[in-house]
Design a protein around this ligand. Sequence first.
Ligand code: C2E
Ligand code: CA
Ligand code: CA
Length: 611
Amino acid sequence: MPSAPLPETEAARLSALQALQVLDTPREERFDLFARLAADIAETPIAAVTLVDAERQWFKASVGLPMRQTRREHAFCAHAILQPGETLVVEDATTDPRFADNPLVTGAPGIRFYAGVPLVQRDGHAVGTLCVKDTVPRRISPRQLRWLGELAKGVMSALEMHAALRALGALAAQDPLTGCVNRGALHVALAKLSGLDGPPTAVLCLDLDRFKEINDLLGHAAGDAALREVARRLRAVVREDDLVARLGGDEFVVLANNLRRGPDAMMLAQRIHAAFADPFSFEGQPILLRTALGLALYPDDAADGEAALRLADAALYRAKRSGTGTVRHKLGEAGGGLRGGGVRSTLGRDEIASELRLSLAGASGSAPLLVAWQPIFAAAPPRGLMDAEALVRWPRRAEDSPLGPADFLPAAERHGLMSRLDRHVLRRACREAAAWATPLGISVNLSAPNFLTVDLVGTVEAALAESGLAPERLTLEVTESALIGDMARARQTLMALRGIGVRLALDDFGTGHSSLAYLRDLPFDKVKIDRSFIGQLAEDPRAQVLVRAIVQLARGLGLATIAEGVETPQQLVMLQAEGVDAVQGYLLGRPGPAALFLPAGPVPMLAAMRA
Ligand code: C2E
Ligand code: CA
Ligand code: CA
């Protein structure tokens, strides 16, 4: 079967087609109407508005055809566009050498009759056709042909209108000075974020330091040049499909999609920072462009894009207050690292806090806090199950996914509910674990505010006593922030806990003050290496050096090491080579019901698969 030769001006024709921006757009009623009218006029069961692309013909609209595209070599229309001024009529395809063995003729849909009017642009390129087809041989009258010709002109002008509207839309979304998208377009992009799950999107707010001075002292031309330069540098460090917006004045926002969790966002922030290290030159005068940055992640920190923008903006405000050259993550925790909680904006913090208070009081009708378990395995093969960490979850409504700590711990903290929350989780975790058939060790998190203020030792003793859990099975995890301030007191509490037989782990090691003194002077049994290091392990040699140092140090002090947030086999292999004792992370098991990993759990299917 001979495929149609290419038009002489094929390259120009294809770019004219591209410029229409219509390929692969959704169906539209007005184009469907053209197809129906064409079928009506020609009295055929099949009609279509087709576009002839490099390798395919694509149907913008059709009646009587199930597919949306065919290969170009099978397209009658690829022949029709060769004579832009004429309609190609094939009365019986089986007698036409060009089409007799075409699979659309010999097989389904069994085309016998074809008439195609080229869709010709003003500059003479035929981008496609308005065509009609039938499965029996037939003729078409001059009057029908005339009408189809008129209709084809209508289709062409609708296509051109379509392209013009799109171009106008793009223009309206642009900031003319910098070529960045404008505020309106940013809000559209933010709205699209909501409901997406998948990798997080970073929202970075940034503004120029001393912009007013540049404007006032060097003039508006310098100010404009500075803004253009900022836009240029930002675009150079983000990926092509990331979005750089200017909100007016010297405020810019970057939306960076598809990040891996923390490390990526922090690296991006650092890249942006580095991009402003050198001054730019305006009329021979070097101008230093200093910026402050605020950062928040969707969906990690906020339930929708707008809320993430607000958090990032608030973080920017704090970054500016604390001096330029600072990056702040949304809550502005000490160190500005990518850690800690946030709040879903759909529900105010106060609302969360009052619901939480009811739940902790065991009010009837309120949703109780539950415990998800994440398994911890020995790092060395055969990687036996060692422990499980209790992580609090709150399924407030049956239909939603449960809230995680980031959604409600900040509210609990502000409203002084943390010690009640910790006690609740501790009791519940001990009770559940005591009922397991396998006496696995468990880890429970203690919050910093709780640590020194309540009768922690009494609470732990009570939880053990009422559940019957053996003290050696329980590890309490505390972060460094719980220890700062009163070392002597911290030591006393930890010794007392030790005294009742429970173990102690220093959590998130490496993120806070990473003080060796804590490890040396306080009676910990284990160190948990923070997941931000593990996430960077494969890419960042510094992370590797740090992990190695922590493991060696811990070993020297007689402490076990646990690596958190292990997500890839490569990380696992590296950690094992570094001599880490235990591993925990999505690669090995996500937080969930303990039955998923307990050897003799009530899920026989899983037990059987493991065996
Ligand atoms: P954490 O103690 O560092 O707990 C580990 C967190 O890392 C958990 O998040 C867990 O779901 C997540 N995680 C585990 N494996 C991976 C992985 O491979 N990749 C990544 N990206 N993440 C992983 P979660 O449950 O959201 O808990 C966050 C933090 O909230 C905990 O960090 C802990 O500090 C706090 N928390 C959780 N439950 C409690 C609780 O009952 N009481 C107190 N006081 N704090 C809690
Ligand atoms: Ca923990
Ligand atoms: Ca941790």
